[in-house]
Design a protein around this ligand. Structure first.
Ligand code: DAT
Ligand code: MG
Length: 150
């Protein structure tokens, strides 16, 4: 089976709105293997590293404040095209442009409260997984794999 990995994070609004089960369930149902998961109330320093590429954007301070406002659920999915498919499942950055059936298209309305993060490239996924899971991920045999893959 494919071993591409993506970092997914349910943001503080998703946690507060009790959407953890529904969002994690979508990735499980799609066929992805979850190989790491934890709830974290992240520090601003940690979030500034996670969003380092955006530090010059006008919305950066508000983004960090939002992301530090409560716990997040951080997890790693593994499977075929995990990054691209993860992004497709997320929808667009602005929920207005997110189709129904996507996570953002089903559960939120504004960019600044868009409930879920997903890595945008294999390289950023690797960086984000290392940042959020320095202890590493969990290796195990997924008995479903032979039915998900040819
Ligand atoms: P994405 O989360 O879809 O990868 P991004 O990496 O460009 O989008 O931005 C990270 C987060 O920053 C995004 O989920 C919400 C916030 N954000 C992005 N653009 C914004 C904007 N124009 N106004 C307010 N918040 C924004
Ligand atoms: Mg991004």
């Amino acid at each position: 089976p494919a071993r591409e990995r993506s970092f997914i994070m349910i943001k503080p609004d998703g946690v507060q709105r009790n959407l953890i089960g529904k969002i994690v369930g979508r990735f499980e149902e799609r066929g992805f293997k979850i190989i790491a998961m934890k709830m974290v109330h992240a520090t601003t320093e940690h979030l500034e590293k996670h969003y380092a590429d955006l530090k010059n954007k006008p919305f950066f301070p508000g983004l960090i404040k939002y992301m530090a406002s409560g716990p997040v659920l951080a997890f790693v999915i593994e499977g075929l095209d995990a990054v691209k498919t993860g992004r497709a499942m997320l929808g667009a950055t602005n929920p207005l442009a997110s189709l129904p059936g996507t996570i953002r298209g089903d559960y939120c309305l504004v960019t600044g409260r868009n409930i879920c993060h997903g890595s945008d490239a294999v390289e950023s996924a690797e960086k984000e997984i290392a940042l959020w899971f320095p202890e590493g991920v969990i290796e195990y045999k997924d008995c479903e794999a032979e039915w998900v893959y040819e």
